[in-house]
Ligand binder design. Structure first.
Ligand SMILES: Nc1ncnc2c1ncn2[C@@H]1O[C@H](COP(=O)(O)OP(=O)(O)OP(=O)(O)O)[C@@H](O)[C@H]1O
Ligand SMILES: [Mg+2]
Length: 393
């Protein structure tokens, strides 16, 4: 039951324990209401218009494929309108790819010799939309036909929550910590779970992940270098995926650095404000110093792209647009051309731990939905293009 009486505590530890208990109860109640009755998320179905758009074909082409029986019928057809599950869309992709003269048109993932893409989102500025950008990227890429693994390197577990696992409620499965810890690590494959979102797997995070910071300090110089631990874990499952998306904590500690070493590309989400600009400068300065230390140990770092992503962008706000212009002048194509627009649609979806892809268009004001969706689609498509470029296409 939620307590609202003033807290009576005699010590600070009692006070903070009671605060934590109250928050835990409030969160559990909110989450149980949001996901009742069995607290499991499911991906919604997509209309025929959305399906055609996601597959990159016209509605007419999709109908023709159904009428000549070349693609499977979805299970749900209401009043002769078709509704597709994520799994059904993937199955259709495979059939279309088999019949296509352009390889990779419907299944854009790796081919022989293509290296796994590991994209890390990092910035030590809290709230720069790392996790929000990460989940939208994961969903966009999975819906586009890539095999995606999300790795949550933040002990707060925001990305894990977006993937339908509520670490605030009971969750006793293995997590990424177990695969990179120093004592008796488990195989990475045992730390990965399938999510409810077809094409997306997750290595979840729990609070215990923060132990990696202290354990790394204690174990310095022994065994495998700390920065290689995530890389090695990912290598053991690399053939199962096309893209790995790594979310990092708002800190430049050992967790972020092991991610940085594992990454083949880096995105720095940044909200265009003066404070964020200053903080991002400090972050890059520190990153550079740490990278130098890693490089001096003989390790080679090579990133296909190392770019900024403007987040919570508000084109109507002049001061913030001056910062966007400055960033573009300083770093040209190292700032993604598309930006994550500030949108109540994204914020409202996030309250339910959802991406905009999970929300039904009819549940929001149409213009709000369309604007948010177009912005996230553009960022996802640009990332996809960078991935294809890294594969030489
Ligand atoms: N495009 C957007 N429009 C509106 N709100 C947004 C948008 N992107 C993110 N937010 C909101 O901004 C807040 C911070 O986002 P998020 O949690 O993704 O940041 P973060 O960098 O992962 O934070 P942390 O540093 O704590 O890990 C959240 O409340 C989120 O809902
Ligand atoms: Mg986060």
């Amino acid at each position: 039951m939620i307590q609202t009486a003033p807290i009576q505590a005699t010590t600070q530890s009692e006070l903070t324990r009671e605060m934590s208990n109250r928050l835990h109860t409030a969160l559990s109640t909110h989450l149980q209401q949001a996901y009742a009755p069995d607290a499991r998320k499911q991906l919604r179905h997509f209309s025929a218009t959305e399906a055609a758009e996601l597959l990159g074909v016209t509605g007419q082409f999709l109908r023709k494929c159904h009428s000549d029986g070349s693609i499977p019928e979805p299970e749900i057809v209401k009043k002769s309108r078709r509704f597709y599950s994520g799994a059904e869309l993937l199955a259709i992709r495979r059939v279309l790819e088999d019949g296509s003269r352009t390889p990779g048109k419907y299944i854009p993932g790796r081919r022989d010799g293509d290296k796994l893409q590991v994209i890390q989102l990092m910035n030590f500025k809290g709230g720069s939309a790392k996790s929000t950008s990460a989940i939208h990227l994961c969903h966009h890429l999975a819906l586009s036909g890539y095999r995606v693994l999300a790795i949550d390197l933040d002990p707060q577990g925001s990305l894990t929550g977006f993937c339908g696992i509520q670490t605030e409620l009971e969750f006793d499965g293995a997590s990424i910590y177990d695969a990179i810890r120093y004592d008796d690590p488990i195989p990475m494959s045992d730390a990965i779970i399938q999510t409810y979102f077809p094409g997306l797997d997750l290595a979840p995070a729990k609070l215990i992940l923060s132990e990696f910071e202290t354990e790394t300090a204690v174990n310095a110089g022994r065994g495998v270098a700390f920065f290689e631990r995530l890389h090695n874990a990912i290598q053991s499952v690399e053939s199962n995926y096309d893209v790995v998306v790594v979310d990092s904590p708002p800190a430049l500690g050992f967790l972020t650095l092991t991610g940085l070493y594992a990454a083949s590309s880096v995105l720095i989400p940044m909200t265009p404000s003066m404070l964020d600009l200053a903080s991002t400068q400090q972050f890059i300065e520190m990153t550079s110093a740490y990278l130098e230390v890693i490089e001096q140990s003989g390790a080679k770092l090579d990133h296909d792209f190392f770019s900024f992503l403007i987040t919570r962008d508000d084109p109507g706000d002049i001061p913030s647009q001056q910062i966007v212009s400055l960033m573009r002048a300083l770093f040209q194509d190292r700032v993604l051309a598309s930006t994550g627009l500030r949108s109540t649609g994204i914020a409202d979806a996030a309250m339910l731990k959802m991406s905009i892809y999970e929300v039904n268009r009819s549940e929001m004001t149409r213009t709000t939905y369309d604007r948010a969706r177009a912005s996230m689609d553009a960022v996802g498509a640009e990332a996809s293009k960078l991935i294809q470029t890294a594969w030489g296409r």
